[in-house]
Design a binder for this molecule. Structure first.
Ligand SMILES: Nc1ncnc2c1ncn2[C@@H]1O[C@H](COP(=O)(O)OP(=O)(O)OP(=O)(O)O)[C@@H](O)[C@H]1O
Length: 663
């Protein structure tokens, strides 16, 4: 079966060229390495091969590691000696010799059987003692490097994966590869030496068998599994990152109708991982079976040669069993090689973080291994359809926000009819018999104190919360009867605390309208007050915004989320606190820009705790504890005693001073 290339996996996962690019970068960063015959997942760290970087770090614990290796060798040798002695005892006893001739062997069998357990325990103790000390050092270094990369931190899922599974690769390298490998090598040499004392020709045959078991088969195992194994660790990292996006960004994915695509991408990745792991297991078992065959053939050949050399019957039996035992010990190298192959990608990911600590200054962009762009999730866009390649955005041509390409029909009339929402039975209603008409083209604001039920209204509209009573209809059709995938095109927009994905600005915007052209992107960014910032970035639309938009200011994050909602341009646009985190002047500008950008004929439901900028709206509804306590236009409401007028006065005073209000 031919190996699938990571890039192909990426394209399959995301179903588009752009996603393939991101997917291959995320899931297959090791491709280059594997193609060039190396299983590394990224560039070679400054300190050389990843294994050498790790082993160099192990220097302070060298004595402990050597002790562990020697104890492992003695343990294996004790096992071999036990088998050989027990065979001699059984075969010699068959001849019914005087008991005193067997005494030494009987005592030896007992001593070896007991000591094997004790030795194994001591070896494990010594090995783990050294390795756990080393792993603590490695974790500290990795953590320090990740923490220092404030300029371009890796994703939470990815960082977690590095801290946990990749660092465990260091542990496994020593405990499962280096120590048992060294022990197997040492015991093999001893076994050949002892056999040579009995029959040099049998020793030669044994040496041949041991070379096949300890060198040829491990090399075969490495060759058969290297490429698949190199893809597994980055895929696991990508899946961890998917989990972060799918959980933290669930509401936004749903609001833009992208949940299915994101889930599909994650599932494709999970299936790819399962396929690779199955392939690794099948090839691994095949090599194991070949190992058993080699053991049998070597034992047969040793017996044949020993008999021809005139070795006595009892000793031939000892040689046969000893050979089986020795080859089995050498076969541990196959397991070590497989482990090594599986560990290499993880080691390659962790090694730069060990060597980086000193060099990586805070704020320094990450190296290509960690370039956030490579980690950007392909699942959030259905990209590859923009055709926009320029690194620096050009000056935008004047453009109005256009609606998405598909004809969605006219704007439907939205109606809330006695809607009641209760999050828990017995708890006060978050929305209590709420009524609202939003005919096509109308613009309504819902305001009210914290906890009044404003965001609950948005949640009902996006289908995230189902009413306990009453109806929400679009052109008379119950909202609940719309397929979830159709709803975002009709009603949606900016949710409270919108999630910004660790991807480029472009990819974040395209979540709103996959395939939007650059003109549309600019129009939305302009309306949200983000375009100047994009133009100032060296990477323009390809600027990576960091996990949850960490590399943006709070205001920029909000503008990005607003631009995405404006780009989506559903028939009924919901804007939940669109100016949250902006200063009053910027908030007024952005709100005015956003409302002006909504095409005529589309409806707007604006949710806000800020009352500035609402004068042009058709209606303002004041909510308190889920109930409507006031409604009317801005001019009417500030002329009427009540919550709205009080709040307006307070907010104006806070923003402009009491003199401005009284004047
Ligand atoms: N997921 C939830 N589970 C339980 N109760 C909730 C949940 N979401 C909101 N509530 C409750 O419903 C009521 C209305 O909350 P909602 O978030 O709609 O208010 P809000 O007007 O948007 O407030 P704010 O302006 O502070 O965001 C509150 O009492 C809140 O505690």
């Amino acid at each position: 079966m031919s190996e699938e290339r990571p890039a192909q996996a990426g394209s399959a996962q995301a179903g588009s060229a752009q996603a393939a690019q991101a997917g291959s970068a995320r899931a297959g960063s090791s491709q280059a390495g594997s193609e060039s015959g190396s299983a590394q997942a990224g560039p070679r760290p400054a300190g050389g091969a990843p294994e050498l970087v790790v082993l160099r770090l192990a220097r302070p614990y060298l004595n402990r590691l050597i002790s562990a290796g020697l104890l492992a060798a003695v343990t294996e040798f004790a096992a071999l000696a036990l088998m050989a002695t027990a065979t001699w005892l059984l075969m010699a006893a068959a001849g019914q010799p005087p008991l005193d001739r067997l005494t030494v062997a009987i005592v030896a069998v007992r001593a070896l059987a007991v000591s094997r357990g004790v030795l194994r325990y001591t070896e494990r103790l010594a090995g783990h003692d050294a390795v756990l000390r080393l792993v603590t050092d490695v974790r500290t270094r990795v953590f320090a490097t990740l923490a220092a990369r404030r300029g371009a931190p890796p994703r939470t899922g990815d960082a977690l994966s590095r801290l946990v599974s990749d660092v465990e690769a260091v542990q496994d390298l020593l405990l499962r590869v280096v120590v048992p490998g060294a022990a197997a090598g040492l015991v093999s040499v001893l076994a050949v030496g002892l056999t040579a004392l009995v029959s040099p020709s049998a020793a030669l045959v044994l040496a041949g068998g041991l070379l096949v078991a300890g060198v040829a088969l491990p090399a075969l195992a490495t060759a058969l599994t290297r490429r698949a194994a190199a893809e597994v660790a980055p895929l696991r990292g990508a899946l961890a990152a998917d989990a972060v996006d799918l959980t933290h960004g669930a509401a936004d994915l749903a609001a833009f109708g992208a949940t299915g695509a994101a889930l599909d991408a994650a599932q494709r990745r999970a299936r790819r991982l399962a396929r690779l792991e199955r392939r690794l297991a099948v090839r691994g078992f095949a090599v194991d079976a070949a190992g058993v065959l080699v053991a049998g053939l070597t034992a047969g050949a040793v017996v044949f040669v020993a008999l021809r050399a005139g070795v006595g019957g009892v000793l031939v039996g000892v040689l046969a069993v000893g050979t089986l035992s020795a080859v089995e010990i050498a076969l541990a190298l196959v397991g070590a090689a497989r482990q090594w192959t599986a560990l290499r990608a993880g080691l390659a990911r962790v090694a730069p973080l060990i060597t980086d600590t000193a060099e990586q200054a805070p704020g320094t962009p990450a190296t290509s291994t960690d370039a956030p762009k490579t980690d950007a999730g392909p699942a959030i866009t259905d990209g590859g359809r923009t055709g926009v390649e320029e690194r620096t955005p050009p000056e935008p041509a004047p453009a109005a926000l256009t609606t998405p390409s598909g004809d969605r029909g006219g704007t439907p009339d939205l109606r809330f009819d006695q809607v009641t929402v209760r999050y828990r039975s017995g708890a006060p209603a978050a929305l209590d018999t709420f009524d609202l008409d939003l005919p096509a083209g109308r613009r309504v604001a819902v305001v009210g104190p914290s906890g009044a039920g404003k965001s609950t209204l948005a949640a009902v509209l996006t289908g995230a919360v189902r009413p306990d009573g009453g109806r929400v209809t679009l052109d008379g059709r119950d909202l609940g009867t719309y397929p979830p995938e159709d709803l975002p095109a009709v009603v949606g927009g900016l949710l409270a605390e919108a999630y910004v994905f660790h991807a480029t600005v472009r990819e974040n915007l395209l979540l709103g309208r996959p395939g939007a052209d650059e003109l549309a992107l600019f129009a939305a960014a302009e309306a949200a007050g983000l375009a100047d910032w994009v133009r100032d970035q060296p990477d323009g639309w390809d600027t990576v915004v960091g996990e949850e938009g960490a590399q943006l200011s709070g205001g920029q994050r909000q503008r990005l989320a607003l631009a995405r909602a404006l780009l989506a341009a559903p028939a009924v646009l919901v804007l939940d606190e669109p100016t949250e985190g902006l200063d009053p002047v910027a908030a007024d500008e952005v709100l005015a820009g956003a409302l002006a950008a909504v095409p005529a004929g589309r409806s707007v439901l604006l949710i806000s705790h800020r009352l500035s900028g609402l004068a042009g709206l058709d209606e303002i509804v004041v909510l308190d504890a889920g109930r409507i306590i006031q409604r009317g236009r801005h001019a009417e409401l500030i002329a009427t005693p009540g919550w709205y007028r009080d709040q307006w006065t307070l907010q104006q005073a806070a923003e402009h001073g009491y003199l401005a209000v009284s004047g």
